[in-house]
Ligand binder design. Structure first.
Ligand code: ATP
Ligand code: MG
Length: 242
């Protein structure tokens, strides 16, 4: 679908993010420098409240940093706004949120079709691709269900299918298997790896799941103020982790 299906190169420089509520300012990320090479798959782990979702939202252009900038394939996302930014995001980035954000009035199938329709794909193509992906995540028999008629884990799988349907060059996933049993979670992990192999998608996955983190060749640990450290350790299949 995405002809230039090649992993995104992501460079974040001097990234900071603070939230201000009244007189109270919370500094979450302070001067982070971070890079993902095209096609790199990485996990981010770290304590609750440390800033993992915040970083993902910034990289996904869903929120703006307080200072610093993010280049995706050399394009400075902080200079984009409105329809230009929406188009850039739809064409390049797939996002799996920690809390699904599915559209409640649409069926599972329609939720997954939506990104294709927004990018002016045909209805038939959208239908076929959405159906195939929902089958892959094990929801063949839930196509017509609305989010309120799906379990939490099923909603998460719909959200994952929606994020993958345009074969994004950058996939950002926030706890994609948080609500799933081990076997279903394993299937989702394999799907992520398959998307990376087939389309070279760059991937950053926030997870508390050791199994998922260990499938990723890179793992970053987030510390106070967003400080990122990476570790070297062998993966299950013996390659060296960076
Ligand atoms: N909109 C906001 N306004 C004020 N503070 C916020 C806002 N969003 C997040 N925060 C604060 O920023 C910090 C980081 O939040 P974030 O959601 O990034 O954490 P996280 O690492 O994803 O945690 P978890 O593992 O629990 O999902 C938290 O202390 C949170 O309270
Ligand atoms: Mg979070």
């Amino acid at each position: 679908m995405n002809e230039s299906s090649k992993g995104a190169h992501v460079v974040a420089t001097n990234l900071s993010k603070s939230y201000t509520r009244g007189d109270n300012t919370v500094e979450v990320l302070s001067n982070i420098n971070f890079e993902l090479q095209p096609g790199q798959m990485a996990a981010i782990v770290g304590a609750s409240g440390i800033g993992k979702s915040t970083l993902l939202h910034l990289l996904g252009t869903l929120d703006a940093p307080t200072t610093g900038k993010i280049l995706i394939n050399g394009q400075d996302t902080s200079t984009m706004s409105g329809p230009v930014l929406s188009k850039f995001r739809n064409n390049n980035i797939g996002f799996v949120f920690q809390f699904h954000h599915l559209l409640s009035a649409l069926s599972a199938l329609e939720n997954v079709m939506l990104p294709i329709l927004v990018s002016r794909g045909s209805k038939e193509e959208a239908h076929d691709r959405a159906r195939a992906l929902l089958e892959k995540v094990g929801l063949k028999k839930r196509l017509a269900h609305r989010p309120s008629e799906l379990s939490g884990g099923e909603q998460q799988r719909v959200a994952l299918a929606r994020a993958m349907v345009l074969e994004p060059s950058l996939l950002l996933a926030d706890e994609p298997t948080g609500n799933l049993d081990a076997a279903t979670g394993q299937g989702i992990h394999e799907l992520l790896v398959e998307l990376n192999r087939e389309h070279g998608s760059t991937m950053l996955v926030v997870t508390h799941n050791r199994g998922l983190a260990e499938m990723m060749p890179f793992e970053f640990e987030m510390g106070d103020l967003g400080a990122l450290s990476s570790e070297s350790m062998p993966t299950k299949n013996g390659e060296l982790r960076a």
